[in-house]
Ligand binder design. Structure first.
Ligand SMILES: [Zn+2]
Ligand SMILES: [Zn+2]
Length: 342
């Protein structure tokens, strides 16, 4: 089969590799659509990822498709079933899994390789994080279950109350999904990003106001202006840039919550003003990845068609164009691209 392999920094190659075969508990999914993701772009540019993968490796992690083979002991699935598979599953037996803190599981089974004609789904994912796709839901929408599950996890842990004024920093797919879900939660969302086309999508998804940070010298000052000098009830960082983490903290009101959602490069640090943290009683939260509950919630939210997630898909391209797609993502010409086998 044809598959994309990541070898290092901006080194992605399409190669002919052996078709995968299922071992006990595994299934083989024929890729219907694999969506690109900001994390993929980050990993491609950095040449690796602390948790998820080490090159050389099969690449890509958001997928919906059809089962073409099932391994021994797989009883719930049959050849021909349509399924969406999360890119990880917790072990269900460690200290953290016992406490239902699944995203902290040190034994997460990761799965990469969605930019390929076929993909093997490991047994723990088949068991805990693979879901049937409703008949009338297209693959390209179902494939967005994984990133949306991360966002739903992020929103659930951000103390967002109806009517809350929430700042979202970052207009990538994740930032835009935050906008959509927060609006759905009756929050008033101020979106800051660097790309007018993406900001326009944020507006369509219900952001109360959008701002291009390139035209604003001082984001926290703008937020204070718009909130009677208070600051935001909740600030969400969705870029993975340490200086933006600091900006997010500076946007929060006393008593506010800051969700530091975007993973930064290794060994980076930020500076926090101790006086602000203490006397303003800020809550700073790191939120990572997703859990099985949110994977299920994400697919049902997509399937409800309450939110036009199709706005996040800018383009549809065959696997053979993958490298060009990554260049387009680097130039921020596209949000998400639906990759199809051919
Ligand atoms: Zn993703
Ligand atoms: Zn575990």
């Amino acid at each position: 089969m044809l598959a994309a392999l990541l070898y290092g920094k901006e080194d992605l190659r399409l190669e002919e590799v052996a078709d995968p075969t299922p071992d006990k508990g595994e299934v083989i999914l024929q890729m219907g659509v694999s969506t690109t993701c900001g994390t993929d772009l980050k990993v491609w540019r950095r040449g690796g990822h602390a948790r998820m993968l080490k090159p050389p490796t099969l690449f890509g992690h958001e997928v919906a498709g059809r089962i073409v083979a099932v391994g021994k002991d797989v009883t719930d699935w049959q050849v021909g079933d349509r399924a969406v598979a999360n890119n990880s599953a917790p072990c269900m037996k460690c200290f953290f899994c016992d406490r239902q803190e699944y995203s902290l599981c040190p034994n997460l089974t990761w799965n990469n390789g969605t930019f390929a004609q076929y993909l093997k789904i490991p047994a723990p994912i088949v068991q805990h994080n693979m879901l049937p796709i409703p008949d009338d839901l297209p693959d390209e929408l179902a494939a967005m279950t994984e990133p949306l599950a991360c966002v739903l996890h992020g929103v659930a842990r951000s103390n967002v109350k109806p009517g809350a004024r929430v700042v979202v920093l970052g207009d990538g797919a994740i930032g835009l999904m935050f906008v959509a879900k927060l609006v759905d939660t009756q929050a008033e969302v101020l979106l800051f990003g660097g790309n007018d086309q993406r900001l326009a999508v944020g507006k369509k998804l219900g952001a109360a106001a959008t701002f291009n940070y390139r035209e604003l010298p001082d984001i926290p000052a703008v937020v204070k202006d718009l909130t009677q000098g208070m600051g935001a009830d909740v600030a969400i960082e969705a870029t993975g840039v340490p200086s933006v983490w600091e900006t997010a903290i500076a946007c929060a009101r006393p008593g506010g919550t800051v969700n530091l959602f975007g993973g930064c490069p290794r060994d980076t640090t930020i500076t926090v003003n101790t006086e602000q943290l203490h006397y303003s009683e800020l809550t700073l939260k790191g939120v990572f990845h997703n859990t099985p509950v949110f994977v299920r919630e994400a697919l049902s939210l997509i399937a409800s068609r309450k939110i036009p997630f199709e706005l996040l898909i800018s383009d549809r391209q065959p696997l053979t164009q993958l490298e060009q797609v990554f260049c387009d993502m680097r130039e921020r010409k596209v949000i998400k691209v639906a990759i199809v086998p051919n």
